[in-house]
Ligand binder design. Structure first.
Ligand code: NDP
Ligand code: OXD
Length: 310
């Protein structure tokens, strides 16, 4: 019996991935939501968000492949235990994320935001400069994306600290782990980058109590998930000039409502969840490889540990 796979997402991506699967795994039957001809046959699903009532509608579903690196949007608690959930390990996402983080670390480091303000008053003033090695970048989350970003920033000569759940040893990164080392990590971080997944443990992690441990003048880049950061606490610390700048790509509510104060703050840059977009070619290849692993009973790459939530 042929294996059926359902894709839920835009037409251009559907066309690209359907063609890649047809080339590599021609025996697979590809279906594009919502035009599903045989729901009971669907065994694999590729989606960013799940269709309503998918548990009843697709009784034979065995694996959900997330279109993104994060899986919190799938609402894991509602996914039955017998269904495996797999996150996206796309080299294109890692490249895009490293570029976004390097761009904004350099913007902060080289005073771009101050110079934009100085332009508006035609002010010619050279700000003091610091060697890259004197700027300490602290990365929360040393997984696939955190390690890629650490590597890029290390190659630019920055001093890199990293924080994870389990202790690690990584070339060029001073590694911290666990809640017991969070204070030590934060107190030595000039630019904080969050690349954590959203879990019960990371929700609300960045609030007044943690953000105020950063040295005065530090900046924050949040590319993990909005719910990790208490934005009212961040705004207060920016207004008190304890923190300098924030670059925020992810929010509790997306799109960020017009009325949200973050849009107006002079020291906040809002970007619309574009730090790293799944790239059709590289992600398609990763999906084909993983589905091939499924068909040949090999362990899947990026399998989510349901007890950890990532
Ligand atoms: P990984 O699962 O590879 O890495 C997650 C890292 O977070 C691991 O190092 C893990 O620690 C650490 N971590 C998790 N929980 C804790 C905790 N309680 N305390 C300390 N460390 C913790 O994920 P990725 O690197 O692939 O992706 C990270 C996140 O980036 C995604 O979940 C998503 O939210 C976000 N993202 C945002 C995008 C954007 O465009 N803004 C695009 C893509 C992803 P350990 O290694 O010890 O397990
Ligand atoms: C994400 C993604 O997880 O876009 O945010 O990959």
């Amino acid at each position: 019996m042929a294996i059926h796979i359902l894709f839920r997402g835009p037409q251009d991506r559907n066309d690209c991935w359907r063609a890649m699967f047809a080339d590599a795994l021609p025996n697979l039957v590809w279906q594009h939501w919502p035009k599903v001809t045989d729901k009971a046959a669907i065994e694999l699903m590729i989606a960013w968000k799940l269709p309503r009532d998918y548990q009843q509608d697709y009784p034979n579903l065995k694996v959900i492949f997330s279109v993104g690196a994060g899986v919190d949007q799938l609402d894991l608690a509602t996914v039955p235990e017998h269904i495996q959930v797999v996150r996206m390990l796309d080299p294109g996402i890692a490249k895009g994320m490293s570029e976004f983080i390097a761009l904004h670390v350099l913007n902060i480091h080289r005073g771009t935001f101050q110079y934009i303000k100085a332009n508006s008053t035609a002010t010619w003033e050279q700000l003091p400069t610091l060697a890259n090695s004197q700027r300490r970048i602290g990365i929360l989350g040393l997984g696939n994306l955190g390690q890629a970003a650490a590597n890029t920033l290390h190659n630019l000569g920055f001093s890199i600290n990293g924080w994870s759940r389990i202790a690690k040893q990584l070339d060029g990164v001073r590694c911290f782990s666990g809640m017991e080392q969070l204070e030590d990590f934060l107190s030595q971080t000039d630019v904080l980058v969050s690349l954590l997944p959203l879990t019960k443990q990371t929700q609300g992690l960045l609030d007044t109590s943690t953000l105020s441990l950063l040295p005065k003048g530090a900046s924050v880049i949040n590319v993990g998930r909005g719910e990790q950061l208490v934005s009212e606490d961040l705004l207060t610390l920016l207004d008190e000039e304890h923190l300098s700048f924030a670059i925020l790509d992810v929010f509790d509510t997306e799109p960020l409502p017009d009325s949200n104060r973050l849009w107006q703050h002079p020291n906040v840059l809002v970007t619309p969840h574009i730090a790293a977009i799944t790239q059709n070619e590289t992600a398609g290849k990763a999906l084909v490889d993983n589905v091939h692993r499924y068909l040949t009973h090999q362990p899947l790459i990026g399998l989510v540990d349901r007890s950890l939530g990532y």
